[in-house]
Design a protein around this ligand. Sequence first.
Ligand SMILES: [Mn+2]
Length: 409
Amino acid sequence: MSFAEHRERLYQTLAENTLVIAYAGIPIHTNEDEYLDFVVNSQYFYLTGLERESTAFLAYKTAETVREILFIEEPDPLSERWTGKMPTKEEVQEISGIKDVRYTDGLEGAISSFMGRSRVEQAYFDMYRCHMNDLPDYNLVMAERFHQAYPHVILKDLRTACAPLREQKDAEEVERIRKALNITRQGLEYVMKNLKPGMMEYQVQADFEYTCRRLGARRQAFPTIAGSGINGCMMHYETNHCQVQDGSLILLDLGAKYENYSSDITRTYPANGKFSPRQREIYELVLKANEAVAAAARPGITTKDLNDIACQVLGEGLVAMGMIQDASEVHKYYMHSVSHPMGIDVHDISLAGDVLQPGWVISDEPGLYIDEEAIGIRIEDDLLITENGCEVLSKDIIKDPDAIEAFMA
Ligand SMILES: [Mn+2]
C-alpha cells in the first residue's frame, strides 16, 4: 500500500467540508546556531512518505471530491551550497503521489482561499501533547494560530483520526520493519562477537550503533539501553557509563530505525559468554513467558490479555523457586507490561483497550528484575499479528541460551 492509499483510508473516515492540515515540523533549536536532528511529525509522514522539514500537506474534502496540495520550500542555490540539495517538486510528487505541489510561501494564501470560498466546517490538525509541561509541538502551535483566525471552525485531532489506520500495518510498512530488524540482528551479532568483561557499557552501545549506521540506519528507534548487573534492573537505564563486570549479565534494549520504521528488541547476554546456573534459571523463566505470549498472540485478544499470560507464567515460576508466596506477587520482580504497538514510533500510536487485528505489530517483552542478585533479564521480540496467530518478525535474532553461549564462544 502506498502513501496515497494511507490518505485514501483517512478520507473515507472524514465528513464532507473538512480541511486537513499537516506540517512536517521544523528543526528544534538548542543553543547558538545548533539544532537537534530533525524528526518528522508521524502523522505527516504516514500521509505523505516525506521526511523533509518545513513542508506541509493540505487536503480539502467536499461531497464530490478531495483536493490535495503539498507545500515544499523553493530550492534555493545559497541554501543548497551550505546544506545540500533540497527536494524538487518532481521528487516529492514521486514519493507522495500528490500531483499539486507548490512552494510554502503559498500556504497561507491557499488556506485563506479555502476558508474564504468554501464551507469549511471542521479542520484536522495533529494536536498531541505528551506532557502538560512540554513545549507545544509545531502542529499544535499552527492549530492554535488557525483557531485564532477561524474560531467558528471545529478543530479535530488528526492523530486520533490516524490511530486506527496506523495500528494496522500494510505490507510495505511490515517490510520496512523487517529491514530495521535485519540491521538490529547484525548489530547484536557484532555485540556478541566483541562483548567481554571490562568493557564499558557505552562501548557495547557503540558497537551496536556503529553497525546500525554502517548498514544504513539513519538513527536509532530510541536511546540504546545497555545495563549491566544491577543497571539491568532499571527499565529505562540509558546512561550506559558503568563497567561490565565478569560474571554479570548485560541487558540490551535497542533498535535500528530504517526508512522511518522502528525495531525494538531486548536481549540479555552473559558478559563472559556463559550464564551461571542461577542466571540461566531466571533466563529460562523469562524465555518461557516470552514464548507463551507469542503462542497466545492472535486477533481478538488485547495486549492486557497478553500481559495476564506473562504474569501467570512468571508468577508461577517465581512461586516454584520460592521467591514469592503467591503468583499475584509477581509485580515485586516484574514492573512493566509485556506489549505495546510499534511502527513509525517505537511506542506506536494506539487507542487504549483496542483488540489485536491482523496487521498489527507489537512487542513481546517479559522481564524479571532481581535487585538483591543484580540480575535484570528482559527478552523482547517483535510480533506481526496474522489471521490465525502471529509471526515472530525477530525470530532470527538468537535468544536460546545455548545458542547465545555457542555464538559467543
Ligand atoms: Mn519495547
